[in-house]
Design a protein around this ligand. Structure first.
Ligand code: ADP
Ligand code: MG
Length: 372
């Protein structure tokens, strides 16, 4: 090797070192970005994923096909190569967590034989959720308004029917000596049946209005297990008759919550009733109470029929029911109670295996901290 070769070699080594340094810098920048960046080829094979992509897509160092990770990505890539343009698309993923990701797919070529794409993903779950929640609460509010209006209107004619039935009864008594005893008895029976049905209708309407009335929770510090124990006592006989075992496992001591005890009872009652109704004879209900820094959580798992994916997206809708004699208001009430407490609700279900409903209620200290 002569002097000129040595100099060229030295230059090459220095250049290589510089390139390696630049690459590390670029990688550091890529890994610090709070967007997921993935480079994949047209077969979906991932060639690069930054740290954020690793975590949001749950890669754990593995390199599964991006077509599997993001269902619909193959079509998006086909569209990119067809039109040779940048494509924006949203993807819904369920693993490792349910999220909505907005993706920008940019074609580029490293001079390799197959096309390469950079996919930039942003987590828009929160934005979408708040829009959906707003629409949902507006929809619920308008239905409730309408329903309570109708229910209220029904009260007046019912009242009048009731008064007239009383009048019929009284007049009938006046003529009791002029009418055949059998005929009198049969008319009286019919009037009695009408009266009791009117009373029943009145009860339904009253309960209905109670369920729809805007909630003004009476908040106080309380132990979330106490109303649970009371609810279980009320439902105990039904559980025993159906041969359903109920198991409660609570972290102890469980932090207190700031809640309306009566509403908590209503919340537990509705969840447990649904669990009960999802099972045939001989099922299992397991209740677990635990806490993290912010919330006390109660999870109710049942070994019932489970909820299909399609139904799961509709169960909070008013009047949605899959039961022949269901009213479809329970889940809506559950949702309203949890929200009135600043908590949230989580449902996991698999058709044929069962359902886990987890409610999170803010810990009392957290509320005190927020207020101060
Ligand atoms: P209802 O009980 O009157 O049907 P809800 O609002 O309480 O009304 O529930 C709505 C629907 O949600 C039910 O009809 C059922 O399909 C589904 N559901 C709720 N909880 C469960 C559960 N634990 N297991 C299976 N399905 C459930
Ligand atoms: Mg119900």
């Amino acid at each position: 090797m002569d002097a000129a070769d040595k100099e060229t070699l030295g230059k090459l080594i220095r250049k290589n070192k510089r390139l390696a340094r630049d690459l590390t810098r670029i990688e550091t920048v890529f890994n610090a970005i709070l967007s997921a960046i993935v480079v994949a080829d047209s077969n979906g094979e991932i060639q690069f994923a930054n740290n954020f992509a690793e975590s949001i897509l749950g890669l754990n160092g593995g390199r599964p096909s991006i077509f599997k990770l993001l269902p619909g990505m193959d079509e998006a890539v086909a569209a990119v190569s067809r039109d040779d343009s940048v494509v924006m698309r949203e993807f819904k993923i369920t693993y490792p967590e349910p999220r909505v990701l907005s993706a920008q797919i940019i074609p580029f070529n490293f001079g390799s034989s197959s096309d390469t794409y950079a996919v930039i993903l942003n987590d828009v779950t929160q934005d979408r959720r708040s829009t959906e929640e707003r629409i949902e609460s507006e929809k619920i509010a308008s239905v409730l308004n309408l329903a309570s209006g109708v229910a209220h209107e029904l009260g007046n004619p019912l009242n009048s029917i009731n008064i007239h039935l009383q009048l019929v009864k009284r007049r009938l008594m006046k003529f009791s000596d002029k009418i055949d005893a059998d005929v009198l008895a049969s008319i009286s029976d019919s009037v009695e049946i009408c009266s009791s049905e009117v009373l029943r209708l009145n009860g339904i309407i009253e309960n209905f209005l109670k369920a729809l009335r805007p909630m003004r929770p009476n908040m106080a510090e309380c132990d979330p297990i106490k109303p649970l124990a009371e609810t279980l006592k009320i439902l105990n006989e039904e559980f025993v008759n159906l041969n359903i075992s109920v198991d409660v496992d609570s972290e102890s001591p469980l932090p207190s919550v700031c809640a309306d005890e009566g509403l908590l009872k209503q919340l537990y009652f509705n969840i447990l009733k649904n669990a009960m109704e999802s099972m045939e004879q001989g099922g299992k209900v397991a209740i677990r109470a635990f806490s993290d820094d912010d919330f006390v959580k109660l999870s109710f798992s049942d070994s019932g029929c489970g909820i299909s994916e399609e139904d799961l997206s509709r169960i909070f809708e008013p009047y949605f029911t899959t039961k022949p004699d269901g009213h479809g208001l329970g889940m809506m009430i559950i949702n309203a109670i949890v929200r009135a407490h600043g908590g949230n609700i989580d449902i996991e279900s698999k058709r044929g295996f069962g359902t886990v409903v987890t409610v999170s209620i803010p810990r009392n200290e957290r509320r005190v901290k927020l207020l101060s």
